[in-house]
Design a protein around this ligand. Structure first.
Ligand code: AGP
Length: 608
């Protein structure tokens, strides 16, 4: 998704804007630009491609001014060209805008504005907003932006500055996130707090419908009518190092290796490993409340949806409550049967995924109480639900989700156990469950130890054109996740399938050029998985087995076997996914792909 940065204060804005944009690079983009104000005029530099192109263009050229805005754009309307890059301006060049999101009615507004004599240079919806502000301006930029946002519909986070009111930034939000950073005698605006950490940890998260005026002395938040709003100041607790690579070549590598710590941090405070007591004291999970639910609905997208599928197995298996899992993008448009007897939980790393936000709103509108598992405190989802079940993975910068997924599974396990307790089925975790949880971070660390084997497999199969991932039961979603990891960062086509489904179609794909990754923990489906393996080999497929115990029968059939530690069935997916993450990572590295910012992808999809 696009990145927004703004600065107003005593310092030269350009280096601060570039540093902030650099910290937002993980969001994915294909052009960049900055605008700074000095001596009553704006200096604007924009380039297609990566931030380095902008830095190169700025080398030696002036970009003076203590007020400025910057942007990394992920093209939605109009190709990633210099002309379509942000910042965009009005006819006079006195109003400058950067924008995340989509103005859905920009075409008709463009016609109306053109009738009033406005001329347009770009193909973007953003430029239309700049002309709306110009049209509405009567000496007060905050009022002009308030008026302009009421003319346009869609999801947006906009930041505006003007030479008509120097030293002022005006931000507005309806959908994509935007935060204000409060410094000492200087203030900032950004899409994500990670861009502000070098200068301030005190941030204000704007809510949908908020408009904020920011100058060097402070910030004021109002609603569309201009009425003042009291937004709390949050303190960003994770440190700047957490948002750095920490010596790894890529954020994704760091985040894969952070999983033991992330899981330990996530479990902390939610369960007693001595007594097995669960501390998820949410009003949504109390015995009285749970008694009113006849099903659970899990809403998510992408990797988080895969976590939801694991959650279905866990909650149905442990708490014996029916669970439905749906994509946010599907749920929001079908006429779902949801009511107050449905407990709805969203699952989201960013807490800003537009489809998940909209689906949760739909469930709430239908009377269902909503909670969420999120990794981003202060995010829109975290602020819209009755209960947050936080993962504590720390900032996940790599576009491909890794530590967020494994910590989501840990939280889903605890929620399943809490629902089980609230239904009187098992008041606390059993000794075996307590021991498995206590050992989990170390077990994940042990699973990371197979990295060398996966690196060798990546070297061997980096040129394959198709992969099939097979898993049964709890490992079917892990197969889906393994396939998604590979395809989204190495661009190799990969499909995940329930192992039992292979004979209903995908087996036709198998030949001597197709690696088939089979998730085969030593569990109750072992015999069936063995027969799947034989089916793969009888068609000359390449069988890569991820197991948990040495197994002579498997070894006699498979081309490669990788073993990960064994734990209780409900937690095994957290261990089994690790080699799949490592494999995808090393294949992508060998193929020279942009691992942290894969083509066409964004870390947080804040538009439909
Ligand atoms: C996962 O590797 C992808 N980056 C993507 O599928 C992601 O999981 C999805 O967009 C949902 O994001 P969220 O968890 O922030 O809601």
């Amino acid at each position: 998704m696009c990145g927004i940065v703004g600065y107003v204060g005593p310092r030269q804005a350009t280096p601060l804007l570039l540093e902030g944009l650099k910290r937002l690079e993980y969001r994915g983009y294909d052009s960049a630009g900055i605008a700074t104000l000095s001596n009553g005029g704006f200096t604007i530099h924009r380039t297609p491609g990566k931030l380095g192109n902008l830095v190169e263009k700025l080398n030696g050229s002036a970009a003076p001014g203590a007020t400025g805005v910057g942007h990394t754009r992920w093209a939605t309307h109009g190709r990633p060209t210099e002309l379509n890059a942000h910042p965009q301006t009005d006819c006079t060049g006195k109003f400058v805008v950067v924008h995340n999101g989509i103005f859905e009615n920009f075409a008709e507004r463009k016609v109306e504005l053109a009738k009033k004599g406005h001329t347009f240079r770009s193909e973007t919806d953003t430029e239309v907003f700049a002309h709306e502000v110009e049209e509405a301006f009567r000496g007060d930029l905050l009022a002009a932006v308030r008026a302009a946002v009421q003319k346009l519909t869609g999801a947006y986070a906009v930041l505006v500055t003007s030479s008509r009111e120097p030293g002022v930034l005006v931000a507005a939000r309806s959908g994509p996130p935007i935060v204000l950073g409060l410094g000492q005698g200087e203030n900032f605006v950004a899409s994500d707090p990670v861009a502000l950490v070098p200068w301030t940890r005190d941030v204000i998260f704007l809510e949908d419908g908020d408009v904020a005026r920011v100058d060097a002395s402070g910030a004021r938040v109002v609603d569309h009518s201009g009425a003042g709003l009291d937004r709390p100041v949050h303190r960003i607790v994770w440190d700047a190092v957490a948002a750095e690579k920490g010596g790894y070549r890529h954020f994704m590598a760091k985040e894969i290796h952070e999983q033991p710590t992330a899981i330990a941090e996530t479990l902390g405070g939610k369960v007693s490993l001595e007594t097995g007591e669960l501390y998820l004291d949410s009003p949504l999970l109390s015995p009285d409340r749970v008694a009113t639910f006849d099903r659970v609905l899990l809403l998510a997208c992408g990797t988080s949806w895969h976590a939801g599928l694991v959650g279905k197995f866990l909650i149905e298996g442990m708490a014996r409550i029916p669970v439905e899992v749906d994509y946010g993008s599907e749920f929001r448009y079908r006429r779902p049967v949801v009511n107050e007897r449905t407990l709805t939980l969203g699952i989201s790393q960013s807490g800003e995924t537009a489809d998940t936000v909209a689906a949760l709103s739909e469930a709430r509108r239908a009377g269902s109480p909503i909670g969420a598992i999120v990794n981003s405190p202060g995010s829109q989802i975290a602020r819209m639900v009755e209960a947050v079940f936080a993962t504590h993975a720390g900032p996940e910068i790599g576009v491909a989700s890794t530590k967020a997924f494994s910590t989501q599974l840990a939280v889903l396990y605890l929620i399943a156990a809490k629902l089980r307790a609230s239904r009187g089925l098992a008041p606390v975790l059993s000794p075996e469950e307590r021991q498995a949880l206590a050992h989990l971070p170390r077990a994940v660390g042990a699973a990371l130890a197979v990295e060398g084997e996966l690196e060798e497999l990546a070297r061997k199969y980096q040129h394959a054109r198709d992969f099939l991932y097979l898993g049964r039961g709890l490992h079917y979603p892990v197969a889906l996740e393994g396939a998604l990891k590979l395809k989204e960062i190495s661009y190799i086509h990969a499909e995940g399938y329930p192992a039992g489904e292979m004979k209903h179609g995908p087996i036709a794909l198998i030949d001597e050029n197709m690696p088939v990754v089979v998730l085969a923990p030593h569990d109750s489906w072992r015999e069936k998985t063995l027969s799947n393996l034989r089916e793969v080999k009888s068609r000359d497929g390449i069988a890569i087995v991820l197991g948990t115990r040495p197994d002579p029968e498997v070894a006699a059939i498979a081309d490669h076997v990788v073993l990960v530690p064994e734990t209780i069935a409900e937690l095994q997916p957290i261990l089994s996914v690790v080699p799949l993450q490592l494999f995808a990572y090393h294949v992508a590295v060998r193929r020279g792909c942009d691992v942290d910012q894969p083509r066409n992808l964004a870390k947080s999809v804040t538009v439909e």
